[in-house]
Design a protein around this ligand. Structure first.
Ligand SMILES: [Zn+2]
Length: 240
């Protein structure tokens, strides 16, 4: 196993370690989430400069030894997203996007689609920081659910297949449900249903907006889906 791993990666989070080191959680296209240590990175004259920070997209060389943690031996910036860092809402959106990826996808579960989705989200927040907010964050999470293999069923009742009178959402059933099947469901407005369909079907940059009530229902649908299928509870996205 020992050797050099050349890969792109997005820094999800960093943790201070020891006197001058930092442990990084990095999402890579071919390996999924990996842990790596950057030695001496917190010293003023570190050769890594300020690159090993959350949200940086990097070209990396990681040394793989016998430890679970890889060691960062080289890092070049592919994208630093400077505009995103100057906007509080965009910064918060980026942090929540990275947190959602880190929570939903375990170490050693490669998913190149997730890597590209996260890169797209960070690039969007950098290009248009004003897009940050609840609708964007929920569209991103819906696409993550799709990549993880548990996108909610939205085309008809998830329990019986009925295509009309879809009035609720059930995490246990796996999607929208009709009036006859709504026992374990919560009420879902047509607007929320339409928001989820459009958010899943369009590129992130074209994701729709919706009323606060519809977004709150969509968020609950996402949380229930994750809790039921992955036993995960994500932090709610900021209401904005
Ligand atoms: Zn039904």
């Amino acid at each position: 196993m020992a050797g050099a791993l050349k890969t792109e990666g997005i820094v999800l989070r960093t943790i201070r370690y020891g006197e001058a080191d930092r442990i990084l959680h990095i999402y890579t296209p071919a390996r999924g989430r990996v842990g790596a240590i950057a030695k001496g990175v917190r010293r003023a004259r570190s050769r890594f400069g300020g690159r090993l920070e959350p949200f940086f997209r990097l070209d990396l060389v990681l040394y793989e030894g016998r430890s679970d943690l890889l060691t960062v031996t080289s890092a070049e910036t592919l994208a630093g997203y400077p505009r995103l860092r100057e906007d509080a809402a965009a910064l918060d959106g980026a942090a929540r996007a990275c947190e959602a990826v880190a929570r939903i996808f375990d170490d050693g579960e490669p998913n190149p689609g997730v890597y590209h989705l996260l890169g797209n989200e960070l690039a969007l927040l950098d290009r248009e920081p004003g897009r940050a907010g609840r609708a964007n964050a929920l569209a991103f999470r819906l696409k993550l659910l799709l990549a993880a293999g548990f996108a909610p069923h939205l085309a008809g009742c998830a329990a019986c297949g009925e295509r009309e009178h879809l009035v609720g959402f059930s995490g246990a059933a796996g999607g929208v449900v009709c009036a006859a099947c709504e026992a374990s469901a919560f009420p879902l407005d047509e607007e929320s249903h339409a928001f989820m369909v459009a958010a899943l079907g369009r590129p992130l940059a074209d994701a729709p907006g919706a009323s606060p009530r519809a977004l709150a229902q969509a968020e609950r649908a996402i949380l229930d889906t994750l809790e039921y299928h992955a036993h995960l509870r994500l932090r709610p996205v900021a209401a904005r």
